[in-house]
Design a protein around this ligand. Sequence first.
Ligand SMILES: [Ca+2]
Length: 385
Amino acid sequence: MSTLLLALGLTLIVLSSTSVSAQDPEIDPSDPEAQRFIRNPSYEEVTNSSHLPPWSKAKGSPGIIYAEQSAPHSGGWNGALEPLGSWLAMRQRVLVASGRVYRLTTWVSTSNGDSGHPANLVWNTNVSGDRVCAYSLARWATYSHVECWFDVPDGVTKFLVKLKSNAPNGQWVVVDDWKIEDWGRSEEVQSAQALGKVQGEAVFGANSAIYTGQPDGGSYFVAGFVGVCNQVPCSVALQTGYYEVGFAKGTWTGGQLKPYVSWKESGSLGGTGRTIDNLTLNEDTRYNFEVRFNDATQEWEAYVGGILVDHRALGFVSSQEAACGAEGAKQSPPINPILSTQCASFKIKGANGTWQSRDFNVTKTQRNNCVTKTGTYGWKGWGPC
Ligand SMILES: [Ca+2]
């Protein structure tokens, strides 16, 4: 969800002194020594630049992977890839349990000698194939934190985590400080969502006054938001696009209640988001949140209290779903974040360009999560409905 940027005071001159005489480590990807954690996550367990087990590349890739001491994000070593004009992945096998949610993170940066090449964070199983779950275009000397969340499909007990890129000769990607975390059973983590939805209509905007309550700051995040999605169902697996604005509080926001926007391109598996740090929100207060498509600029726009806070072009211009509600994630134990929020005067912008009041067609209420509508269910803060 978040992309944290950390600028390091290292220079390109130092980095370009890298030795690229490494032999290609090609390890059997079945890897009987795989563990439930990422081995050699910070490249500190290397003895020389060409020996960085268990990190490996596929046989036949012309590019090279190696360890170096030129651009560490931590310690003395980092990993590096030079794709040499073809797709190249640095990978290792990790043991996982099906039906659980994992968070995969690492830090990356890319050389800035071409028009830009992505550092793709990928997980791969024989069921799913390669799934690009996040990417970064951060240019040296900015290290970018990339993260993604995924469910492990039924029957899968191990998969490959990969950093993958394609770039011309002389261009590179550096990587350091991998981490994989088990966040618990997927039905418990994923059920931390309670949304009122309007589905199946062409929607060009969504608007609601949302009560901030007193969200728990100890979770990874809890959030209240309004948003649109370009397909029904709104699904990562179906690569739908979405755009949303709201408030969030948790370790993701440094414990502060902050406005945020989150988006995913249509046709992409990886969503992302950012906090809006120049606006301050109070707890126990109603704020109007709105997303809408701007015909003149062909961009989606996000507003908090009437103030434009974000705009961007996405791979869709209308949507089939508008939603208002709450989401949250909390690391186990205890797993279940307490969610509820109130969406007053929920409106959608229809195909004729006018805003129309809409009651929710679908109200999802489960566990101790709920979404309420002022005037219908009364007035409640955060907590069990
Ligand atoms: Ca390191």
